[in-house]
Design a protein around this ligand. Structure first.
Ligand code: FES
Length: 289
């Protein structure tokens, strides 16, 4: 019995065999064929366009959001090593930026332990397909938007250095999956108060951070490809049934990947800020249960 048709392709676009002529519909259906005219905007002055909509709004909002949140993350990682952990009142909350906490003896005192672990989550975000689009548009201004004049430095894909390095994304995904296991252990610790199950506002902050990171990771394009890519027939494949159901779930999450990217970034920064303020004695952690 064949599974129902895929609603969406599991790959990023339809493939054309090497040397074959793309069908006439290729451009309009799946993107611009290699070598074809790449659209209005490529030869225009920066920002010139006939578009009458607020095309600049999303790049501006993205730039502001990324500057604020990444600026905060840098502050927390580089300068905030004094308040990454809250152990008081029977609670044990660890900032997600510092998890797993590693401080080997050889690490100079002036280097934040966060820097040893952040390379993996940062690499995962920096090479994320959604964030690439966001920072190419918002910071490189190339491409800045459909049918809008670009910077003179022409972005031409990710086939050459340095952008070819973006292809390591799948390896950062493997690291991110390992990190999730560690972060969930922090969640369990956050729900232990005075040695027993307990719930406080801080428990929820840590849960929100790790929960949203899990949804972000499980909505990853590379994970979707790992689960269902390169397969034309689930019912012919080993473990095709469970694989197909997993692929459908990852596909559903993947359709909202941009949302998970932003929500998880807010929640991770929020959890760090909460732990930091508790550790500084700014307020008490309300116990809920
Ligand atoms: Fe965004 Fe993989 S594509 S995390």
């Amino acid at each position: 019995m064949a599974f129902r048709d895929r609603r969406l392709s599991s790959a990023t676009g339809a493939a054309v065999a090497p040397g074959a002529r793309p069908p006439a519909s290729y451009g309009s259906a799946t993107g611009t064929p290699p070598g074809a005219h790449r659209g209005r905007g490529l030869d225009e002055g920066l920002g010139r366009t006939d578009r009458a909509d607020a095309w600049w709004f999303v790049p501006v909002i993205q730039a502001v959001g990324l500057l604020v949140l990444i600026g905060y993350a840098n502050y927390a990682a580089f300068l905030g090593a004094a308040h990454y952990h809250y152990v008081d009142g029977g609670r044990d909350y660890l900032s997600p930026f510092y998890s797993p906490y590693l401080k080997p003896a050889w690490l100079p005192g002036w280097v934040s332990p966060a820097l040893l672990v952040l390379v993996f989550p940062l690499g995962f975000r920096a090479t994320c397909y959604y964030y690439r689009k966001a920072y190419y548009r918002s910071f490189f201004l190339d491409p800045i938007g459909c049918a809008v004049g670009e910077r003179r430095v022409k972005y031409s894909g990710e086939t050459k250095f340095p952008f070819i390095l973006q292809n390591v994304h799948r390896y950062f995904l493997y690291a991110a999956l390992v990190f999730l296991v560690i972060l969930w252990l922090d969640v369990f610790r956050a729900f232990v108060i005075d040695g027993r199950f307990g719930v406080a506002l801080g428990s929820f902050m840590i849960l929100l951070s790790t929960g949203s990171l899990t949804l972000y990771t499980f909505s990853c394009h590379s994970l979707r490809h790992l689960v269902g890519g390169q397969l034309d027939c689930f019912s012919c494949a080993v473990a095709g049934g469970p694989r197909h159901r997993t692929w459908l779930g990852v596909t559903w999450l993947n359709e909202h990947h941009m949302g998970w990217a932003w929500i998880s970034l807010f929640c991770v920064c929020g959890a760090d800020l909460y732990v930091r303020l508790l550790s500084m004695g700014a307020f008490q952690d309300p116990r809920l249960l």
